[in-house]
Design a protein around this ligand. Structure first.
Ligand code: HEC
Length: 270
């Protein structure tokens, strides 16, 4: 008799737990909680149901002495095993990996500190000195009234060879700035918050891409009106990134020309 009503009770509480769990998952999905959280919310609801079931469970026979200690140890072993098994199912974050990412972001910023600035000034002074020497040599060889030709900047030389490196740096910026949180690329990331960008190189020029990153309100992806109005794309990259980093990111983006992916049309806003 007592057993039967307990079984009924278990059914009722489990059903309630599942209903609450589903409601939580729907709510979490609706508010864009990551998938892991949705699963966790469901598990919490089921744990809640379990607590209520235990509250109504028929009392156990009283354990005493060695038996009680044994039962306690078994209980702890079971619980620890469950926690370890559960934790190993969840996605693992490698702290070294995260540290590496942070280090990559900080490195160029550190170069801006006093030591970095001093080095930069020394390098620039050296460069100027070399230019001055080249100019005076030219002057000497041309005579006093001859016009001085401007020495070409060394930066424009070898630009072609460096393109591949720049794109690799840009891809790194894509990872470091975590654009993948909202944009799917190469079939990865996104979570459907922003447009897939695999074909953006065919739709926007380098200058337009730069404009979009510096001021997300300058362009709107067709069909993303709601997200555009809400300002989903963060307006922070102009503060977070150095111009060089933005250049690299833009070079990377403009190399994305996979026409089989439907990247939405960019529309120029004011
Ligand atoms: C928090 C989400 C979010 C992040 C992070 C984000 N974006 Fe966006 N992005 C969006 C949304 C939403 C849109 C579509 C609405 C719009 O155009 O503003 C968009 C639009 C774009 C577009 C225009 C696409 C088109 O087809 O018109 C480009 C280019 C772009 N983002 C690049 C980037 C880059 C590069 C980064 C990283 C530096 C980035 N986004 C980070 C949400 C995001």
């Amino acid at each position: 008799m007592a057993n039967q009503s307990f079984a009924k009770n278990v059914m009722k509480k489990t059903t309630l737990g599942v209903i609450v769990g589903v409601l939580l998952v729907v709510g979490a999905k609706f508010t864009h909680f990551p998938y892991v959280f949705q699963v966790m919310f469901f598990i919490y609801a089921m744990l809640g149901a379990l607590v209520f079931i235990l509250l109504d469970a028929p009392a156990m026979k009283r354990l005493e002495g060695v038996k009680a200690v044994g039962a306690l140890v078994v209980f702890y072993l079971l619980l620890s095993g469950l926690y370890i098994a559960g934790a190993s199912i969840l996605p693992q974050f490698d702290p070294e990996d995260e540290k590496g990412k942070i280090e990559k972001i900080l490195k160029p910023r550190r170069a801006q500190t006093e030591q970095g600035k001093a080095d930069e000034l020394i390098a620039r002074a050296k460069e100027l000195d070399e230019r001055a020497q080249a100019l005076s040599k030219q002057l000497a060889s041309l005579g006093a009234e001859a016009q001085v030709e401007v020495v070409e900047q060394p930066s424009s030389a070898g630009a072609g060879a460096a393109t591949g490196d720049v794109i690799a740096l840009g891809k790194e910026q894509w990872e470091l700035q975590e654009c993948y949180n909202c944009h799917k690329l190469f079939g990865q990331g996104g979570k459907k918050r922003g447009p897939e960008l695999d074909n953006i190189g065919n739709l926007m020029t380098v200058d337009q891409l730069r404009e979009k990153i510096l001021n997300p309100k300058s362009w709107k992806a067709e069909g993303f009106d709601k997200d555009y109005d809400k300002g989903k794309m963060p307006d922070k990259y102009k503060d977070l990134m150095f111009p060089k980093e933005i250049d690299a990111l833009v070079a990377f983006l403009s190399s994305l020309k996979d026409a089989s992916v439907k990247t939405p049309k960019p529309i120029k806003m004011n």
